[in-house]
Design a protein around this ligand. Structure first.
Ligand code: MGD
Ligand code: MGD
Ligand code: MO
Length: 750
């Protein structure tokens, strides 16, 4: 008995970083910050309540109507029948086999986007992809909701894969600290978002660095709709959402017309400026992109725009762009235009100058580390060719067999009969959830692995209960971090939950693919094999780590992989010798005009950056939808994770909606009042947080609330995706355009 209640304390890690966990018997009883983290995340505090929450899925479950007659009707409203594991796995395997035989593997959608949990082996997305590959493949997805649009446009402009540029070649914090004089942050740099990183950063540094920049006298300017997108000490230039390209053009116009553009750099390192210039000056369309023109669009003062341009030209300036700017209609344009603006300043390739992306989006961007390889669970190869841009899932389900454009190619949406989702919550993350709910009724079968009864699990036909990381052993390591973790199994599986690996091994066995999926290994074998590979690759780079047993005994260790001194940027060798180090673009230079993009013939993404008004923005406000809604990431959690327990905290739901005092007064809304946020696509509840830190005309409602059962009539907890638009950024990027949304707000009676 004494053993059962004995308190054990271990460290584990997560996407929000490392933390200490107390375990008593079979329960997690407390979670505390990791001692070496200077600014730890508060997210873990809710963990004990979440892991043991009543919303955990305890047994395999099959929706009643589907079980009885394969009925599609009832997804999201009908109850489930609990079944023993063997029976549920038999049924699921038979159904996967039926679809595969009748329609082929290209009728199975396994894009299965989502962050799931940290841990190198028990990574749900890798597991589901490997499983589906082992049985003949699946329709996959390209890119992420985070950066899908940037991933499409940026290789055309700077000739390198976007994420490679971002994680390996941007200036690090040290370089910025030592050299940058003006930091121009489109969309801010917010330590709130830097809490989180894929696999977790252990020492959260972003807030500390911005503090040092400010203390050193660096001018840091946050450009965007919310003052709170950057820490105190940064200046705020409020601009309307979706208008950044116009502002960048206004800045560029000053540089061009006042002789401040770096001609030598433009001539030597870029192509196409002479084709862009007539547009900038208005020679091609009679609209000079002057500061006055930009001011009318973005809402900033023309004098301020001019002054900023002067300062940018006179000082070492780094332009940073948040990922949010490309999560909006025509999101390609501010990304492309930020490169053009930086090229005109001529500082690309100089330390602390040029342009960079997502410094505040996730933790670890800006850390300079020696890269270590290894510990990736192999996913196998996918014989199915069809890949959709990740955020086009609704269109895919609505338009089987229909053509669509993506990045220069004309593609056809596959006809999906079966969806398998593991480790994501599309009824949190996708736009226009009422429309997705409709589209979701089309496939014959939907299978979901989930620890909790999320809105997605409730809309499945077959649900398998998955363990959380605290119920299984794993290894924690992020390429943006300098720590290594053995993640211990802290508690037994909750209910009858199984690891995704065990679930897929069970299905693979029934489908004759067990050897391909498991290679004869159990989870322990895989952990040892992945770690052994990592250990030997690390040794090759001179980094010694203990063997598996040694790491397990230590629980965690710091890796000696911090790069000393300033890092060298992707552009530095190119700047020094363009001929010897050309970029990977067709011209070998930065492409201000892209013949390739021009050749696609897209009116929503022509051959050079342009200002294209979004279909919803403050410049086209209507009586029905006068306010611009931005839906940023939540500060108190990761997306929709741990939401069930957070929602139990008295007063925590519905989610707070930031609204300006003028907009609140106009509607008779007091701070703390319940409101209805609505537009023709849907409506949700929220709690008003009246603040002058947001631009008048803009409201902000973070993502992450679980979609209520009633769907979009009036979503109770405040999921903004009942309001957002499901439209690709353009035919080029086809990314999510979540931030392009107009709404109205009204007090909620009763
Ligand atoms: N309006 C609006 N919408 C947005 C955004 C926005 O800015 N505005 N941002 C978008 C972005 S950038 C992103 S990344 C997405 C995020 O969207 P998602 O990644 O889908 O969100 P999560 O809540 O992290 O979903 C992960 C799910 O995996 C489950 N899970 C955790 N561990 C495991 C496991 O081991 N096994 C299994 N099977 N499941 C597990 C969790 O319970 C959770 O339900 O949202 C997007 N949606
Ligand atoms: N705590 C926490 N941190 C997270 C996450 C989380 O769920 N929780 N999710 C992580 C993930 S998956 C991602 S992809 C990143 C996302 O990182 P980002 O994309 O950078 O973050 P967002 O929160 O979507 O937006 C940041 C801010 O951009 C502003 N903004 C919106 N539209 C515009 C615009 O058109 N112009 C300008 N100038 N500003 C605009 C909004 O005011 C918003 O607060 O965050 C990561 N960090
Ligand atoms: Mo993301």
């Amino acid at each position: 008995m004494a053993r059962e209640t004995e308190l054990r304390t271990r460290v584990t890690t997560s996407h929000w970083g490392a933390f200490e966990v107390d375990v008593a018997g079979e329960r997690i009883v407390a979670a505390r910050p990791f001692a070496l983290d200077p600014t730890p995340s508060e997210i873990p505090a809710i963990l004990p309540a979440a892991v043991h929450h009543a919303s955990r899925i305890h047994r395999p479950a099959i929706r009643r109507g589907w079980l009885q007659s394969r009925a599609r009707a009832g997804r999201g409203s009908e109850d489930f029948v609990d079944l023993p594991w063997d029976e549920a796995l038999d049924i699921a395997a038979a159904e996967i086999g039926r679809v595969r035989a009748a329609h082929g593997n290209s009728a199975i959608f396994g894009g299965s986007y989502g962050w799931s949990s940290a841990g190198r082996f028990h990574h749900a997305q890798s597991q589901v992809h490997r499983f589906l590959n082992s049985i003949g493949g699946y329709v996959a997805s390209f890119g992420s909701y985070s950066t899908g649009c940037a991933q499409a446009i940026m290789p055309h402009v700077i000739g390198v894969e976007f994420l490679k540029f971002l994680y390996e070649h941007q200036d690090g914090w040290h370089t910025i600290h030592d050299h940058t004089e003006t930091l121009v942050m489109f969309g801010g740099i917010n330590p709130k978002n830097s809490q989180v990183s894929m696999g977790g950063v252990t020492e959260h540094e972003t807030a500390g660095w911005i503090g040092r920049f400010v203390a050193r006298g660096m001018r840091c300017v946050n450009i965007g709709p919310q003052r709170t997108d950057a820490p105190d000490g940064c200046a705020w230039l409020p601009v309307r959402p979706g208008s950044d390209t116009a502002l960048m053009l206004g800045l560029a116009h000053v540089l061009e017309t006042e002789g401040l553009a770096d001609r030598a750099f433009l001539n030597r390192c870029t192509t196409g400026y002479e084709r862009f210039r007539p547009y900038l000056l208005g020679e091609s369309d009679d609209v000079p992109k002057s500061p006055e023109w930009a001011a009318a669009i973005c809402g900033a003062d023309a004098g301020e725009i001019r002054a900023l341009a002067h300062r940018m030209a006179a000082t070492r300036t780094l332009i940073t762009v948040a990922w949010s700017l490309q999560r909006g209609e025509h999101g390609e344009q501010p990304y492309w235009m930020s490169v053009v603006l930086a090229a005109m300043l001529g500082q690309i390739g100089l330390p602390g100058g040029g342009v960079g992306y997502g410094y505040g989006a996730i933790g670890g961007v800006g850390k300079s580390l020696i890269g270590l390889r290894g510990m990736t669970f192999p996913q196998g190869t996918n014989p199915v060719q069809e890949v959709i841009p990740v955020a086009r899932i609704g269109d895919m389900l609505r338009n089987p067999g229909q053509p669509y454009d993506f990045n220069g190619r004309r593609l056809t949406y596959p006809d999906i009969r079966l969806i398998y989702w593991a480790g994501g919550n599309p009824f949190h993350h996708h736009q226009d959830l009422n429309a997705l709910h409709e589209a979701w009724q089309r496939p014959e079968t939907i299978i979901v692995n989930e620890p909790w009864w999320t809105a997605t699990a409730k809309r499945a036909d077959i649900v398998f209960p998955a363990t959380t990381p605290y119920e299984r052993e794993d290894i924690g390591r992020s390429s943006l971090d300098d720590y290594l973790f053995h993640m211990p199994r802290l508690i037994p599986a909750v209910g009858e939950a199984r690891d995704d690996y065990a679930i897929f091994a069970g299905l693979a066995g029934r489908l004759g693919a067990r050897p391909a999926y498991t290679e004869g290994r159990d989870a322990q074998d895989w952990l040892h094999a992945l770690y052994a590979e990592f250990r030997s690759l690390a040794a090759e780079q001179g980094v010694e780590v203990p063997d598996y047993a040694g790491l397990k005994a230590r629980n965690w260790m710091r890796l000696p992989i911090r790069a000393e001194g300033p890092n060298r940027s992707y552009f530095a060798p190119f700047r020094e010798n363009r001929e010897a180090h050309p970029l990977g673009t067709p011209s070998g230079r930065i492409e201000i005009f892209s013949d390739r993009i021009d050749g696609f013939g897209y009116d929503d993404c022509p051959g050079h950056p342009v200002w294209l008004p979004p279909s919803e923005w403050l410049g086209a406000a209507t009586h029905e939808a006068p306010l611009h809604l931005v839906s940023p990431q939540p500060g108190d959690k990761l997306h929709s994770q741990l939401e069930a327990a957070l929602a139990d905290v008295p007063g925590a739901r519905p989610v707070a909606l930031a609204i300006h005092p003028e907009d609140a007064a106009l509607r008779g809304i007091a701070s703390g009042a319940l409101v209805r946020v609505f537009n023709p696509r849907g409506a949700c509840r929220a709690r008003a947080a009246v603040t002058a830190d947001i631009l008048p005309g803009v409201v902000a409602l973070p993502t992450g609330a679980w979609l209520g059962d009633a769907g979009g009539n009036l979503d109770p907890d405040g999921n903004p995706n009942v309001l957002t638009r499901d439209l690709g950024t353009s035919r080029l990027g086809q990314g999510s355009s979540a931030h392009t949304t107009m709404v109205d707000v009204a007090p909620l009676e009763g």
